[in-house]
Design a protein around this ligand. Structure first.
Ligand code: FES
Ligand code: FES
Length: 152
């Protein structure tokens, strides 16, 4: 079926089966490959994108269900919080293999949008659904604190 998907402010005409996950439309149809496939079961967070500004799991979201709404991927992140997060990620060299990091950055930026001064517990709670097999969690937490300080 055909439908329109709004990704990073650009409208894309998509022709895909009705049950095609948003993740595959973003990666294969629109060719934005920063959003990653990890588990495919809403368990790891590597496919995190925003739907109208809120993080969702693109692997379990049918693309057709979000037609006409605002999707943001890692390539389209441009809020002050997102830029502060990316700067802190660079400065503290957070990524190891890097595979999970798009999702981590999306989740971290969403947290700072809602809570500009998160505690360790707030960070652990907000980042709980984003798994990192390289266990970069300590650096992630430090980088979120650094980004929050930068934004203050
Ligand atoms: S790939 Fe979507 S949550 Fe793991
Ligand atoms: S940096 Fe390797 S999985 Fe997170």
């Amino acid at each position: 079926m055909s439908f329109t998907l709004n990704v990073n402010g650009v409208a894309h005409e998509i022709d895909a089966a009705p049950d095609t996950p948003l993740l595959w439309v973003i990666r294969d149809h629109i060719q934005l490959t920063g959003t990653k496939f990890g588990c495919g079961m809403a368990q790891c967070g590597s496919c995190t994108v925003y739907l109208n500004g809120q993080p969702i799991r693109a692997c379990v979201t049918p693309a057709v269900a979000v037609q006409g709404q605002q999707i943001t991927t890692i390539e389209g992140l441009e809020s002050k919080a997102a830029l502060a997060v990316q700067k802190a990620w660079d400065a503290l060299e957070v990524p190891q293999c890097g595979y999970c990091q798009s999702g981590q950055i999306m989740a971290a930026a969403a947290l700072l949008e809602q809570n500009p001064s998160p505690s360790d517990d707030d960070i652990d709670l907000a980042m709980n659904g984003n798994i990192c097999r390289c266990a970069t969690y300590v650096r992630i937490r430090k980088a979120i604190h650094a980004a929050a300080k930068d934004l203050a």
